[in-house]
Design a protein around this ligand. Structure first.
Ligand code: GAL
Length: 339
């Protein structure tokens, strides 16, 4: 009997998830199944658009992975709601003899139009003898591929412009220029322009003297909005933003993106994605709801933000639907019952 009830609940749960998926409704905080029905594993991720397709890269944290390696998964989508698993784009071994506890986090992929290469940036970290803590190596890693879904080949690790680097974020401006955002503790976080071949960093745009992780940027109606979280590890905190008319600054004071007590609804920023359609533009807050002791079950908070005139606001998460063509979105769309 109990088994029967459990099966019915599982079935109902799965149908709801698949229903959400087929109706292309994005459900913040819920399990987000891919085309195979498996929960999407793309934590601390980044997204790029190539032709008509979006590619979502992230930390692959499914159970049963070979613990000798770290994996980056890749998914593709034409509408940002239903995602096809493209496989593990990167399978990487400990690059610099860091030991079994080495860390690969927050992969971000940039497409270089000139070289036609996909260049993946990684936060590579791990313990270092004589220094306390598991995140002492503080470097950036690079892997390269000829195709968006990989296989990516590891190339090198380094300290960007000679600085420590932990959380990384990506920003591609409207003119196509690519930037890396990296956390350089204890100074703050830096925004730097990638070199012509994307294999390194060419120029620092600014240092924002604010302890911030999960750095994200969007350019909207003539203003740059930078967003990030405080340094509380896997625990959620009130994420904050600032604005400037140029990436070089000066940046405004930081303000909360949601009510402080909501702690960003349990999420940490990873990216701000701008979808420009035929009629309007939607900017999506893309964040992670981490579950440190069951990382494979960490969730995503994707939600359109209210943005403009120097204000950025993340509303209460609710189901929503994007119109990829017009760029518009509907919050709480009517439920369509498909058999
Ligand atoms: C977070 C960071 C994550 C991960 C975690 C480890 O602040 O954004 O990517 O490094 O700390 O505690």
């Amino acid at each position: 009997m109990i088994r029967m009830i459990v099966s019915i609940f599982c079935f109902l749960g799965l149908s709801l998830m698949l229903n959400a998926q087929t109706n292309n409704v994005i459900m913040p905080g819920e399990i987000w199944p891919d085309n195979n029905g498996n929960p999407i594993q793309a934590h601390g991720g980044g997204i790029i658009k190539i032709g008509m397709l979006y590619y979502w890269y992230g930390e692959e944290r499914r159970q049963g992975l070979d613990t000798n390696y770290r994996f980056v998964s890749c998914y593709s989508s034409a509408n940002l709601a239903s995602w096809k698993f493209e496989g593990d784009a990167l399978k990487m071994a400990d690059p610099d003899s860091l030991g079994s506890k080495w860390i690969l986090e927050r992969p971000k992929v940039f497409y270089n139009k000139k070289s036609k290469k996909y260049v993946m940036y990684l936060h590579v970290d791990g313990p270092v003898k004589g220094i306390q803590g598991g995140y002492s190596y503080a470097r950036v890693g690079i892997a390269v591929s000829n195709k968006p879904a990989g296989p990516f080949k590891y190339v090198k690790t380094f300290r960007p412009l000679g600085h420590e680097s932990r959380d990384i974020g990506q920003f591609i401006d409207d003119d196509g220029t690519a930037y890396l955002i990296f956390e350089d503790r204890p100074f703050g976080f830096r925004i730097a322009k990638l070199s012509a071949d994307y294999m390194g960093l060419e120029k620092e745009m600014c240092l924002i003297k604010q302890p911030m992780e999960g750095g994200a940027i969007v350019h909207y109606k003539g203003l740059y909005y930078v967003l990030g979280s405080s340094l509380t590890g896997w625990d959620a905190n009130p994420n904050r933003y600032a604005t400037a008319t140029s990436l070089e600054g000066p940046w405004s004071n930081f303000k909360d993106v949601a009510l402080r007590e909501k702690k960003t609804y349990g999420a940490q920023s990873s990216m701000l994605l701008k979808v420009v359609g035929t009629k309007t533009t939607t900017v999506i807050f893309i964040g992670d709801i981490w579950k440190p002791s069951t990382q494979w079950d960490s969730r995503y908070l994707w939600m359109p933000v209210e943005i403009g005139n120097g204000k950025l606001w993340l509303p209460q998460p609710q189901p929503w639907k994007l119109d990829i063509n017009t760029g518009g979105h509907i919050i709480n769309p009517p439920v369509v019952n498909k058999p």
